[in-house]
Design a protein around this ligand. Sequence first.
Ligand code: GLN
Length: 211
Amino acid sequence: MIGVLDLQGDVVEHIDHLERLGISSKRVKKTSDLKGIKGLIIPGGESTCLARLMKLNGIDRAIMELHGQGIKFWGTCAGAIILARNIIGEKSHVPLIDIDIERNGFGSQLDSFATEALIPDVSPQPLTLIFIRAPKIRRCGPGVKVLLAIEDYIAAAEDESILVTAFHPELTPASDFHAYFARKCGLEIKGERRDLPPWSSTSWTRLARVA
Ligand code: GLN
């Protein structure tokens, strides 16, 4: 089972992808929800807001304690900022992966964009990458593998227990990153479910109830 931190940001879009792969998921709102999960996705949103909510209910400390006990973490965009050891010019939040990250590295919301890239570790096909007021990973430490570098920044990286992406795979039709993370968590992928309507930019709305 994979948990998705459900405090703020694009939670159901991740759950939609996990469901499509036949991976069971759980919304994580409080520390007791962390029980029994093999991995935790920290979604995109706003890192300052997420960090504040995590601190309020002690999830930040619980994650620090769980780290190194076999559980894996994946931070997308704001989630990557949360997990970075060094946020350039700011205080870090849950400093677990040895990267330097620069918030809003491309500029304002209006500088958001989509592009395509081949990430051979993750998929044999080029993937669509969506950057929304995204950060730039500026440096990876010795134990961190670069999965994708573009121009002057790193867009995806990982260490033994943490995956970080500056972009949003959950906002695209491809489930490759979710499959990659599930395998990192040691989970078996049962294959695309055919009983769900095909992915569309609004297919997650079936999940968008308040839990
Ligand atoms: N700009 C946001 C931050 O600094 C991240 C944006 C996102 O998650 N798409 O937290």
